[in-house]
Design a protein around this ligand. Structure first.
Ligand SMILES: [Fe+2]
Length: 334
């Protein structure tokens, strides 16, 4: 999202996405968490995004607002796609995490470009989440050689056959800002693309040689978000708008590092869900891969009154994916 007035960039943030590059290699299995699921039933993922809580906010009001969506969602899991905070202290972060934990279902997050604009580092967020316990499903390896602070997977394993992974949830850190050949939103680095390829191949091996279908959650979209929307607009065969609308320019990074082509080639990920652009909530079936946005989950920073709530992404037993957009207004809680 585009709030350049909020660009406070402490020096420590400059290395937030690069310090890990000198880290050590870890076995890909160390990046996997597990949830056992009943594969005969739907699995409902509630995507929340761009909460942007800060210390001057009325947290109870925002919690009441998100409660409306969570109550409607009948979710088996909550995934938050970044920009959890802006100008927040550790106490505010603790309150948000305790709020999620109180819902009694697994929850996880990835980070957005604004999560470094706080009174803590993104590394502190990562460490806090790594050690949160409770219902939190988060595991970034902090001394590794993969760029970013939230790269891991949650395997939805068949509860009746632990040799089978029903579906995989890939959490990826789309990083924050880039200060190289351009200044703007960062992009997915080659080491992350290599990590993703290792993940898909290792998961296939764990699943007896059959590729596991996956859903990916990140904050900043890949540049192909624009290609997908343009293809929809010109009525290209094999491209369908599944729900939502475009309410603003999409803001991917200037650099295309080839990640989407890798995703297509590996044929595992069938849905890619972003935050970042608060007024976009469309999802497009782009030649077999669903790509698009969640629904802005508070009224923080900038918003469209008709596009606030959350998105339920249901994985059917057949692996079909269906969507239930949930929308509310702050008039319901004020
Ligand atoms: Fe945002």
């Amino acid at each position: 999202m585009k709030t350049k007035n909020l660009l406070i960039l402490p020096l420590f943030a400059l290395c937030a996405t690069s310090c890990s590059l000198n880290g050590v290699a870890h076995d890909i299995s160390e990046y996997m968490l597990t949830i056992d699921v009943d594969v005969t039933k739907d699995f409902n993922i509630l995507q929340l995004t761009d909460i942007h809580l800060g210390d001057t906010d009325d947290l109870d009001l925002h919690f009441k607002f998100m409660d409306l969506t969570i109550k409607d969602a009948n979710a088996d899991m909550i995934v938050v796609t970044g920009d959890l905070f802006t100008f927040a202290s550790q106490a505010t972060a603790h309150r948000l995490f305790a709020y999620f934990d109180s819902k009694g279902i697994p929850w996880t997050v990835t980070f957005g470009n604004h999560d470094e604009q706080c009174m803590f580092s993104v590394e502190w967020l990562t460490s806090t989440l790594n050690n949160w316990g409770g219902n939190c499903k988060f595991k970034d390896i902090q001394d590794d050689n993969v760029t970013g602070n939230a790269n891991f997977a949650i395997n939805l394993r068949n509860k009746d056959d632990h040799t089978k992974i029903h579906e995989q949830i890939v959490i990826l850190d789309s990083n924050r800002y880039y200060f190289g050949s351009y200044f703007g939103y960062d992009y997915i680095k080659q080491d992350q693309i290599d990590w993703y390829e290792s993940l898909v191949k290792a998961t296939k091996a764990l699943n007896g040689g059959t590729t596991v279908e996956s859903l990916m959650f990140a904050h900043i979209p890949v540049p192909e978000i624009n290609d997908a929307y343009a293809a929809y607009e010109r009525g290209e065969t094999g491209v369908t708008l599944l729900h939502g609308t475009k309410g603003e320019k999409c803001c991917p990074p200037d650099v295309n590092s080839g990640f989407y082509d890798k995703i297509k080639g590996l044929n595992s990920t069938k849905g890619i869900y972003y935050g970042h652009d608060h007024k976009n909530d469309f999802i497009i079936d782009y030649h077999g891969i669903h790509i698009g946005y969640g629904i802005h989950s508070t009224d923080r920073v900038y918003y469209d009154e008709t596009k606030m709530g959350g998105l339920v992404i249901t994985v059917k037993p057949t692996h079909n994916i269906v969507y239930n957009p949930i929308r509310h207004t702050y008039k319901e809680v004020k």
